[in-house]
Ligand binder design. Sequence first.
Ligand code: C5P
Length: 397
Amino acid sequence: MKRVLLIIAGGIAAFKALELIRLLRKSGHGVTCVLTDHGGQFVTPLSLQALSENKVYRELFSLTDESEMGHIQLSRSADLVVVAPATANILAKMAAGLADDLASTVLLATDKPVLVAPAMNVRMWLHPATQANMKSLAARGVQVIGPDEGAMACNEFGPGRMSEPPAILTAIEALLAPPARPLDGRHVIVTSGPTHEPIDPVRYIANRSSGRQGHAIAAALAALGARVTLISGPVSVPDPSGVSVHRVESAREMLDACQAALPADAAVFAAAVADWRVANASDGKIKKQPGAAAPALALIPNPDILATIAAAGPNRPRLVVGFAAETDDLLANAQGKLVRKNADFIVANDVSPETGIMGGAENAVHLISAAGVETWPRLAKEAVAARLAARIAEALT
Ligand code: C5P
């Protein structure tokens, strides 16, 4: 039995939550309700309790509830958290990360997927503040159903009505369904992070790649069932779980590790590999000599890992994905790379400092293939990773 934690906020649509509970129970799902103070103005805890056949939670600091089941546990014991109706107020609290009552605290503490069914006056829904909140919630992976358009309790017409309970049930069941694992049995290599190119045993040349995007891609591919070999340069982000991680330092070590990991069905080259290494790297620490000139560093090109693995041959993965991080002429450069490096996809992103993308939590990318250019919205790096993993799965099936 799957369990839904249903948060009922204060809106006239709260009466529809009763029907939603009935439908969920009829479909065999467990329901636990959290009722906000305002929600309690519209429906009674007794109705919720009778229909859900479960205790209804209302208070953040209830001695009995905290001893029986703390709010943190409440937020994690469900498979899915649903907010229906989701008022402008609770959505704003979610977007801001406020936790001033049980419902908002549960929403901040949960590690489970969250579905919201907005319900409010049309002007409140269309207000830029609400729209901005919805955008940031969507970027964090919150799922949304509705609102529908139609006549409203306040005698206005437009978008703002909560979706009907059968439609919310369908959305809930889609989220509760066991995750599809289209990459079961496939092996995918992912490179991530920067490389460190030694100058001497204590100094190196590096770049600002954090590894966040590459690591998120490895996690997203593993979530679709792939066996993932993540070959990572030095990063401080944690290893994704369920992924085999090989740590390397230099570009040459990264290439060796990629070749050793072949064969693979697909390879994603998200690492920011140093283009050059120091030709005359010293075996001992280079000494500062009083009065002597600073040492000159001669640079020589590193192997291009993407181009090497993507070159035609019996060991070429069926799908090779490269990245193009550019500050100028993004699309033209990326399209050039697709051809020059024999890649199947190029994920192109603008890494000008003002975008905050390098090292940041979000990414705005274009997916370039022989079929053309797709521009994706600015998304959390995890969401970009999930989309890319889905596209890789599609291409391999
Ligand atoms: O040529 P550029 O470095 O811009 O190409 C970026 C793409 O090529 C990325 O996917 C990066 O991981 C890959 N690359 C590589 N080995 C290199 C340089 C880049 O795999 N030496």
